[in-house]
Every structure is written in structure tokens, then in C-alpha cells.
Write a protein that binds this ligand. Structure first.
Ligand code: BTN
Length: 321
């Protein structure tokens, strides 16, 4: 069901710059004029420029750059990714919504949320998701074994990195699921898989990008060596344009993922890796390993050379450096 807020926005868009009276809006939405005033106030607070003229009504002058499906779809250069969009002003977690939709959803369907109240990160951590970021999840149904899911996360990390680079931003990949600018985390990826024995039913890949916000907008305990595009570049980006470019890049990489050996994608990941060559500590549920990262294996695992000279393949863990 559409929210009253969306109905008011739609009414303004349908009016195409013409003035609508408070009474007319109230009648259309089935609410009082006092409630109309409240919604208008809220919209103004969110950046809508709405002029009010006594006795005449309200005129929409400009809209803020929100990730509205209509905006994303116009100019989206993909055949599958982002063709179906579920949009929310505010919701718990886009991954949770996507997981519910996934069994019947078409591959490439995305869930976009302007502000998440229950954003989740890896390893049960919270993910701060204030307004101004890009928080979305995509539903994929790849015909690969369960063990390939981590390669998909790396592939999406490559897509985010390439998209940032397309804006002239020097971004790097931190194994297994982070994207960094100047050594600080600007994006994280949360992959969740539904599988039967070894066959993937669906994968939900949640992507969080700290875009037009400042680190100050994130609670202190969640800042942990993070950054935002705006803090690093001093500028805001056009989030609609960014998401369009990212969906295009993700689709291209997904085609490669399904048609070429992973070593092809891996070569690109290695070039953009921030982790290779670093001395790191990897924490896993039952142990911690330290060593120098000497590569990433064809299965997407970290290759860690330990003090005794042995190279260990680490499939999953938290990499600290
Ligand atoms: C991490 O680095 O730990 C992963 C962060 C993933 C955050 C994104 S934001 C969109 C999607 N919805 C969530 O609740 N989480 C992911």
C-alpha cells in the first residue's frame, strides 16, 4: 500500500507544476487539511520545495534527489538488474525485505531503502544507515554451487570499486567484502544465501555505500575506520546516477561470472586489492591467524603466509590491518 506521503508526491507530480488546494489534496487522500499541512511540513523538511499561496494552495517547485524507482529506471542501462524496484523511505533492513520477496521475485529485483532502522552488517554487527547513503539489496539466482557465493561477494566488491573509480575516486578492495577510499571503509557488502543441500535457491546481496553523509551522522561506536564519499571528496554525488552506473557494472560482472572462469574476474580484483601484501590478523569464530597476504585463491579465499612459511587458505573471516 502506498503511504500518504507517496500519494501527496504523486498528486504533485500529476499536477505537473500546477497549484493544488489543500482541500483537493485532502479529498484525494481522504485526510483532513490539518493532516495535509503536517505532510507538507514533513516534505519540506526532507528537501521538497513547496510554495504555498494563500487561498490557492500548494505548488511543488523542486524535489530532492531521492532514489525513486521512476528516477532510477529512466536512463538505466541494464536488461535485468534493477528492472523491478521496491522502494522504501524507511525500513528495517533491505536484505530482510529482499529475502521475503526472493522466492517469487525475478532475478535482478532490487530493494532500495532511503534510511534503514535495522541495517545489518557481517558477523551480526549493526550497520548505520542514515539518509544520504545508498542502501540496497539485489536478488540473484545463480546456477552455481553454494561454495561460489563468496566469489559473488568479491565480484560485487569489484563492481562498487569500479563505479567509484568511474567518478575519479581512488577506491580499493579489502578482502572479503569492503571497499576503501584512502584506507577507510566506504562500502560494505552482506551476502545471504538460501540453499538446499548444495544448490543455491537465491542469494540476496546487500550493498551499503556511505555516500552523501558525513561520518558524524554515524553513531560513534559504528564509525570504526570508516568514511563517506562526501567526507573524502568534499562533494556530494548524484545518487541516482551512481546507482544506475553500479547496477550496469554489476550486471556486466555477473555476465562474466556466469560465462567465464572466475580467474578472469580475480585478475581485476587482485589489481585493485588493498589487502595483498599487507601484514594482517584474521579472526575466525574459533581462532586467530596472523601473517602476510600473498594472494587470493581461485575460490576467493585469502592466501596467508604465516611466520613458519606455510601458506594457509582462509575461506572466511574478519581481516584486520
Ligand atoms: C558489512 O560491511 O558488514 C556489510 C554491510 C552491508 C550493509 C548493507 S546496507 C543494505 C543491506 N541491508 C542491510 O541491512 N545490510 C546491507
Amino acid at each position: 500500500m502506498k503511504s500518504k506521503r507517496t500519494e501527496i508526491i504523486n498528486a504533485f507530480k500529476a499536477a505537473d507544476g500546477k497549484t493544488i488546494s489543500g482541500e483537493e489534496l485532502g479529498d484525494q487522500l481522504g485526510i483532513s487539511r490539518t493532516m495535509v499541512c503536517k505532510y507538507i511540513k514533513g516534505l519540506r523538511e526532507d528537501g521538497y520545495e513547496i510554495q504555498s499561496s494563500p487561498k490557492k494552495g500548494y505548488t511543488l517547485k523542486s524535489v530532492p534527489k531521492l532514489l525513486y524507482p521512476e528516477e532510477i529506471l529512466s536512463g538505466l542501462n541494464t536488461t535485468l538488474f534493477g528492472k523491478n524496484i521496491h522502494y522504501f523511505d524507511e525500513a528495517g533492513s533491505s536484505n530482510d525485505i529482499a529475502k521475503k520477496l526472493a522466492p517469487t521475485a525475478e532475478e535482478g529485483t532490487i530493494v532500495v531503502v532511503e534510511q534503514q532502522t535495522g541495517g545489518r552488517g557481517r558477523l551480526g554487527r549493526k550497520w548505520a544507515s542514515p539518509k544520504g547513503g545508498i542502501w540496497f539489496s539485489i536478488i540473484l539466482k545463480p546456477k552455481v554451487a553454494l561454495s561460489a557465493a563468496s566469489r559473488l561477494t568479491l565480484t560485487v566488491g569489484l563492481s562498487v570499486t569500479n563505479t567509484l573509480i568511474s567518478y575519479g575516486i581512488d577506491a580499493k578492495i579489502k578482502w572479503p567484502n569492503d571497499v576503501l577510499i584512502n584506507g577507510k571503509k566506504v562500502s560494505g557488502i552482506l551476502t545471504e544465501v538460501e540453499a538446499e543441500i548444495d544448490t543455491i535457491e537465491f542469494v540476496v546481496i546487500g550493498v551499503g555505500i556511505n555516500a552523501n553523509m558525513s561520518l558524524k551522522d554515524i553513531p560513534e561506536d559504528l564509525r570504526e575506520n570508516s568514511t563517506t564519499i562526501r567526507d573524502e571528496t568534499g562533494k556530494s554525488i548524484d545518487r541516482v546516477d551512481f546507482l544506475q552506473r553500479l547496477l550496469h557494472e554489476m550486471e556486466q560482472q555477473y555476465i562474466r561470472f556466469n560465462t567465464q572462469p572466475f580467474s578472469e574476474i580475480l585478475n581485476d580484483i587482485i589489481v585493485l586489492s588493498d589487502t595483498i601484501g599487507k601484514d594482517v590478523k584474521v579472526t575466525m569464530p574459533n581462532r586467530i591467524v596472523e601473517g602476510r597476504v600473498v594472494g587470493i585463491s581461485k575460490s576467493g579465499a585469502l592466501l596467508l603466509k604465516k611466520e613458519d612459511g606455510d601458506v594457509e587458505e582462509i575461506i572466511a573471516g574478519r581481516c584486520i590491518y
